[in-house]
Each structure stands twice: as structure tokens, then as C-alpha cells.
Design a protein around this ligand. Structure first.
Ligand SMILES: C[S@@+](CC[C@H](N)C(=O)[O-])C[C@H]1O[C@@H](n2cnc3c(N)ncnc32)[C@H](O)[C@@H]1O
Length: 257
């Protein structure tokens, strides 16, 4: 098992002058979004990275161009992004360092790849969980997981706990109007998190960063809106559902109190 490997802290600066927000800005293998820059910072130096759901392959291409990883696999399940990743790799003459594979989830990884880090980013937490679960036979337990779920963090943390992964680092970041979470984990034997820790993130709960608090302020408003909507709804909402949202609103209120 790796220790807590050194994070890549080399300044990763956009080289193109016109850096706009993630929505609509010109992203490429040099100019990553802030979200992907933060993901990049958690990839251990010298890693052999599998980037699953790589889309254009921007993350592995940027990391290899910067000399921060040794090699990568870019896995894609869909044909159009698979071709886009192939193009990025070809245009950067990185064919010898990045293998682009059309595959579902962790099926992109082959035993001989010697993968030491896996990134799965920009998908729902449940999708990331399902990718990990259906591909768990391909995990050797030595890889660092760098996960960036868009929602569904709780079921993803539940899977990590159930499979002996300790959360080493967590981040909430805000880019434009959106909040993103990054969860970094490694297999460490049995770990136990409380229901609140699975919901908010065990390390986030302690660190209480401004972005984390801002995210949960917004979430509280959304939960309260949902509860008000339930109260006005013509058709009865199942009591279990109302109680679940009410419990979440209570936890968030307590967090922010
Ligand atoms: C929204 S994009 C995110 C791209 C990139 N990872 C990022 O964070 O910017 C999600 C990508 O994941 C791919 N994807 C979804 N499910 C997948 C799976 N089971 N295996 C491989 N790729 C998958 C999609 O085809 C899509 O290109």
C-alpha cells in the first residue's frame, strides 16, 4: 500500500490568456478547469494513472505534458469522447505514454498497466460507485482513488467505507455557480464513519472550509424549498420521503448553527 503519497503541488497555471469559466470556456490539455486542476493536484507524482471517463483526455494529457505522471490509460465508454481522447493524445505526440481504450469503467485497466492511481471525475456519485463496484476485481488495493462526484457523495462514501477505503483528503470547490467535491481514498482495512460523516464528508466536517459551508447553506435552502413544496403538494408524498428530507434539513441546520 502507498503511504500518503506527495501531492503534485507544482503550480499549474493556464497558459492560454483567455481563461473563462468551465462553462463555455476553451478548455484543452494545457488549460484545465479549476476543478480538474484540483483533481490533478491529488494525483501522486510519478503515478501510473487510469483516468476513467476521460472524455477528451485533458487530465492525463496535461499531467503527462507537465511531467507529473509516468504513464496513463484514458478509458472511455462512448465512441465520440473516445475519439476525442485519441485526438488529444495524438496531437500532443503522447501515444507512447497514454493508452486510450474504449471500455466500460475499470475494464479499461489491464494487469500489466501497473496502475497506481485511478481518477473518475465529472459523473454522479452513484455512477462512480457503480463503476468501482462492477470493476472491483480489477482493483489491486494499492491504487489511490481520486474521485470527483457531481452529487451522490453519500452513497459513494458508503461504498468506500464498505470496501475498506479510508478517505485521505476531501475538498469542496466552487467554480462559477457550481460546487464540486473531490474525494481521495486509499484501501486501508476496516474503516467506520458515522451517518453524518458519510453525508457531509468526515474531513470536511472537521475542516469546515468556506466553500463547504457555502455549499451546505445552498443545500439547506433547497431542502427547505422541497419541504415547502411537499407541504403544498396536491398528491400525498410518502411519509418516509418527507422524513428523509426533514432529517437532512435538520442535520444541515445543526451543521450551520
Ligand atoms: C461529464 S464527462 C467527464 C469527463 C472528465 N472526466 C471530466 O471530469 O471533465 C463524463 C464522461 O464519462 C464517460 N463515462 C460514463 N460512464 C462511463 C463508464 N462506465 N466507463 C467509462 N466512461 C464512462 C462519459 O462517456 C463521459 O465522456
Amino acid at each position: 500500500m502507498h503511504g500518503i503519497a506527495r501531492q503534485n503541488r507544482a503550480p499549474i497555471r493556464p497558459q492560454a490568456p483567455d481563461v473563462r469559466g468551465e462553462k463555455g470556456r476553451q478548455l484543452n490539455q494545457q488549460t484545465l478547469s479549476m476543478r480538474l486542476e484540483r483533481v490533478a493536484a491529488h494525483v501522486p507524482a510519478g503515478a501510473r494513472l487510469a483516468d476513467i471517463g476521460s472524455d477528451h483526455g485533458y487530465l492525463p494529457v496535461a499531467l503527462l505534458r507537465r511531467g507529473l505522471i509516468a504513464a496513463a490509460v484514458a478509458g472511455e465508454v462512448a465512441l465520440t469522447p473516445f475519439h476525442a481522447a485519441q485526438r488529444s493524445v495524438r496531437e500532443n505526440a503522447l501515444d507512447s505514454g497514454i493508452s486510450v481504450r474504449l471500455a466500460n469503467g475499470l475494464a479499461a485497466i489491464e494487469p500489466g498497466d501497473g496502475i497506481t492511481a485511478i481518477s473518475i471525475c465529472g459523473m454522479g456519485g452513484e455512477t462512480i460507485r457503480d463503476i468501482l463496484d462492477s470493476g472491483k476485481a480489477r482493483l489491486n488495493g494499492e491504487e489511490r482513488l481520486i474521485l470527483q462526484p457531481n452529487g451522490g457523495e453519500q452513497p459513494l462514501r458508503q461504498w468506500l467505507m464498505d470496501h475498506g477505503y479510508r478517505i485521505l483528503c476531501e475538498e469542496v470547490l466552487r467554480e462559477n455557480r457550481f460546487f464540486y467535491e473531490i474525494i481521495v481514498a486509499e484501501r486501508a482495512g476496516p474503516v467506520s464513519y458515522t451517518a453524518e460523516e458519510l453525508y457531509f464528508g468526515p474531513l470536511q466536517l472537521q475542516a469546515r472550509s468556506p466553500a463547504f459551508l457555502a455549499k451546505w447553506q445552498r443545500m439547506l435552502r433547497l431542502k427547505q424549498k422541497t419541504l415547502a413544496h411537499f407541504a403544498r403538494a396536491r398528491q400525498a408524498v410518502p411519509e418516509e420521503k418527507v422524513q428523509d428530507i426533514a432529517r437532512q434539513a435538520r442535520w444541515i441546520s445543526e451543521l450551520l448553527a
